[in-house]
Design a protein around this ligand. Structure first.
Ligand code: AMP
Length: 402
């Protein structure tokens, strides 16, 4: 695990009363009609903010919000999110209309110890995404120490995630720490056998992911539309299914690498097909050798699920990205739902460690009613995927250095 410092190190190093603690949160929450429509990200950072406020720190929150073009844009103001954060925390929370300079300095000066201040969107300055040292230093002037609690932003080397660590003592917050230890338990230092499940639409978006996983896991389950490309690369007919013929060589290459690394590749044995892709369409389950020319593969079949169930029985660790079928459209959610429930059940009984994340995966597991029983479900999309691809995340590496 990376050698980053935690809040325990901070508490040992300095007294918190009146200390200006700058925290990078991910307040890039979904909004509808000016209101926060999903508070997951607020809930995740709340423990760190509460703990620091309870110790009398001046808790100063940095975040980006949306994609303004490096200049102020009212549409992307963090003000409404700051209000929602304050209501959630139940702690006095103020807002400053700029994240650097006089405006920020005055707001910080006016803070009482044990209160929270949200600074305006860091992306209102071009220096944020350019990781400009001058801007990083200006951000750093707001605090005595820096805490990163936004794993979901750690794949970007921006001023508020990386640049700032060159100017302040830097620590991981509680949410960051939880994410890093879950990831470590899944792929860093896992209990074996480890089974990875990768589903989703296309091989083309997951080549790096598959390449990294075959080196690290004992078995790799490939489902979703991407399994069609693997099946077709092995000479099977996939009818009108989603398929990427230009990636047949890549697929065969991945299979050869897996063999060399003694990673078992598990492909569907049977599949659910339909003639049209729509809710409630008439379906049939066929063996992968018997897919008719006019059929579309939209989910894994019952035999495949039963086989996965046996695989999951043996596993001590499961890491999951991507649905096994076109889960948004019933009945093609069944394979994903049933597999998720088996994993959830075994996780609940403490028989395995299960970590899932990235893109549609969280939505699919929520829909299956399985997310709560997984050991850890990452709310980070891109950062989770890059980590699964084996890429060093600059925001995490920065914490290890300092
Ligand atoms: P990804 O973002 O790569 O994880 O892909 C998720 C998408 O893959 C979801 O929208 C699913 O509907 C889609 N998907 C999964 N299985 C299939 C399939 N057999 N055919 C077409 N799309 C699929």
């Amino acid at each position: 695990m990376s050698g980053h410092k935690t809040l325990e190190d901070l508490f040992t190093a300095v007294g918190l009363e009146g200390l200006r603690v700058l925290i990078r949160a991910d307040l890039n929450v979904p909004m509808q009609d000016g209101k926060v429509s999903d508070a997951t990200r607020i809930e995740r950072v709340a423990p760190t903010l509460k703990e620091l406020a309870a110790r009398g720190a001046k808790v100063i929150v940095l975040s980006h919000f949306g994609r303004p073009k490096g200049a102020p844009d009212e549409k992307y103001s963090l003000k409404p999110v700051a209000d929602a954060l304050g209501a959630h925390l139940g702690i006095e929370t103020s807002f400053a209309a700029d994240c650097i300079g006089e405006t920020a300095a005055r707001a910080i000066e006016a803070m009482k110890p044990g209160t929270v201040l949200v600074l305006e969107n860091t992306r209102f300055h071009a220096g944020e995404e350019n990781n400009d040292p001058g801007f990083s230093e200006a951000l750093a002037r707001n605090g005595n120490v820096y805490i990163n609690d936004a794993f979901s932003c750690a794949h970007r080397a921006h001023a508020s995630t990386e640049g700032i660590t060159h100017f302040l003592p830097s620590y991981a917050g509680r949410a960051m720490e939880a994410e890093l230890s879950a990831l470590d338990a899944a792929l860093g230092n896992p209990k074996r056998p480890v089974v990875a499940i990768v589903g989703g639409a296309k091989v083309s978006t997951k080549i790096a992911l598959l390449g990294n996983l075959v080196k690290k896991v004992d078995a790799l389950v490939i489902g979703g539309g991407m399994a069609n490309t693997f099946l077709a690369a092995q000479g099977k007919k996939v009818g009108k299914s989603l398929c990427e013929p230009d990636l047949f060589d890549t697929a065969r290459h991945i299979l050869a690498n897996a063999r060399a690394a003694k990673c078992d590749i598990v492909l569907p044995i049977d599949v659910v097909i339909a003639r049209e892709f729509k809710a409630g369409a008439e379906t049939q389950t066929v063996a992968v050798d018997n897919v008719p020319e006019d059929a579309i593969i939209l989910d894994v079949g019952a035999q495949t699920i039963a086989h996965l169930g046996e695989r999951f029985q043996e596993a001590k660790t499961i890491v999951w990205n991507g649905p096994l079928g076109a889960f948004e459209v019933p009945p093609f959610d069944r394979g994903t739902t049933e597999a998720a429930r088996i994993v959830a059940e075994r996780s609940k009984r403490g028989e395995l460690v299960s970590v899932a994340g990235g893109g549609d995966t969280v939505a699919a597991l929520n829909e299956a009613g399985a997310a709560d029983d997984f050991t850890y479900v990452s709310a980070a999309g891109g950062a989770f995927l890059e980590w699964m691809e084996g890429i060093e995340l600059p925001g995490v590496a920065a914490l290890s250095r300092r």
